[in-house]
Design a protein around this ligand. Structure first.
Ligand code: NAD
Length: 357
């Protein structure tokens, strides 16, 4: 049975890093006889330039028919000043909400070879293996009403709405408990229940779910403390579950513990386990077109796709082993380079992973 994979390179370094991930996918497609078909589409600024919108309805319909999606990144200065309603990021929000990709899994795993690339002391980060579970289709990024309005006194006011329903909290909470069961059986739920009513409910729902998972230990932490603990003693965490905005911020902080955001893959799943896979970073316009971006987060996202949406564990293992071997060989893109290692570009890194495969 063949499987269709939608490829959305996006903008900036997106096309460069997705090209390397596709070469790796094509290699395992042949060697493991995966029967993958690749379907190309535009998203973000690339789509705005052609269609005048960041993701067409036709692209969403094609995405619905695919078994999984691999995305690069969207956005860049070229589109920063256009109408907010058609900004590149709107394409991302549209595909996440249209396909109900509510569970964003962001592993922050430190490869032992990269312990010196982290900005934290080796003893603080070595052995780090955290999974951040971020709610992706609710909270303040989607809440209505939202906008910028003019008040009676003529002053303008920006406003957004932070809300979560019980069912939204419950389904992401269950994802976190299920994931913890496959790991070290600890869930830390992050909220701001001392200030925000939406997160008082969040905490209540998490407490209500906990007895259904007696083998998993649930704890709660305020988001400001969680930010501090992530850089103070990050190894205390196993699974960290939180809402959309807090997860956005905390997962970028966790990314740096691992040396570079260029190493971190992510999965965004719906209730059927179908999903979109993408690196945690953005389109990095500052280095786009220079051939120096790290493609490993995207290559590892492809491996998560094989594991979580396609059930191809052996192929996923092979990719992850190959990435480890390349790091063992001392090859590093600029973002993870330390003295004594060999600096390589995007394509050379892709070549090395292919050779290791
Ligand atoms: P960014 O993640 O693109 O870049 C932050 C820093 O990390 C930059 O210095 C960049 O060079 C570096 N970096 C990122 N990925 C890298 C890689 N693979 N290899 C080496 N270095 C890498 O974040 P930003 O600068 O805040 O945003 C740039 C653009 O990306 C904006 O338009 C933003 O809206 C967009 N963005 C998109 C996504 C997404 O598509 N999911 C996520 C975040 C930001």
């Amino acid at each position: 049975m063949s499987r269709n994979i939608m490829i959305l390179p996006g903008d900036g370094i997106g096309p460069e890093i997705v090209r390397e991930a596709c070469r790796v996918l094509e290699a395992v497609n042949d060697s493991f006889d995966l029967k993958l078909n690749f379907v190309d589409e535009l998203i973000g600024g690339a789509s705005i330039d052609v269609y005048g919108e960041p993701l067409t309805d036709a692209a969403v319909e094609r995405a619905r028919e695919c078994d999984a999606i691999l995305l690069g990144a969207v956005g860049g200065p070229k589109w920063d000043t256009i109408d907010r309603a058609i900004r590149p990021e709107r394409g991302l929000l549209k595909i996440r909400s249209s396909l109900e990709l509510y569970a964003n899994l962001r592993p922050a795993l430190l490869y032992p070879q990269l312990v010196d690339a982290s900005s934290l002391k080796p003893e603080v980060v070595s052995g780090l293996d955290i999974l951040i579970v971020r709610e992706l289709t609710g909270g303040i990024y989607f809440g209505e009403p939202r906008g910028i309005r003019t008040l009676e006194n003529g002053e303008r006011e920006g406003y957004n709405t932070y809300k979560y329903s019980e069912s939204e909290i419950e389904r992401i909470g269950r994802t976190a408990f299920e994931m913890a069961r496959k790991r070290n059986k600890k869930v830390c739920s992050v909220d701001k229940a001392n200030v925000l009513e939406a997160t008082i409910l969040w905490r209540e729902v998490m407490d209500r779910l906990a007895p259904e998972y007696p083998d998993v230990a649930l704890s709660h932490m305020y988001v400001d403390n969680a930010a501090m603990q992530l850089v103070r003693a990050p190894k205390q965490f196993d699974v960290l579950v939180t809402g959309n905005m807090f997860g956005d911020i905390l997962s970028d902080a966790a990314a740096m513990l691992t040396g570079s955001i260029g190493m971190l893959p992510s999965a965004s799943l719906n209730k059927h386990g179908r999903g979109m896979y993408e690196p945690c970073h953005g389109s990095a316009p500052d280095i786009a077109g220079q051939g120096i971006a790290n493609p490993l987060a995207t290559i590892l996202s492809a491996s998560m796709m094989l594991r979580y949406s396609l059930g191809e564990t052996a192929a996923a293992d092979a990719i992850e082993t190959a990435v480890g071997e390349v790091l063992d060989q001392g090859l590093r893109t600029a973002d993870i380079y330390t003295s004594g290692t060999e600096k390589v570009g995007t394509v050379q890194m892709g070549d090395a992973v292919l050779a290791a495969l």
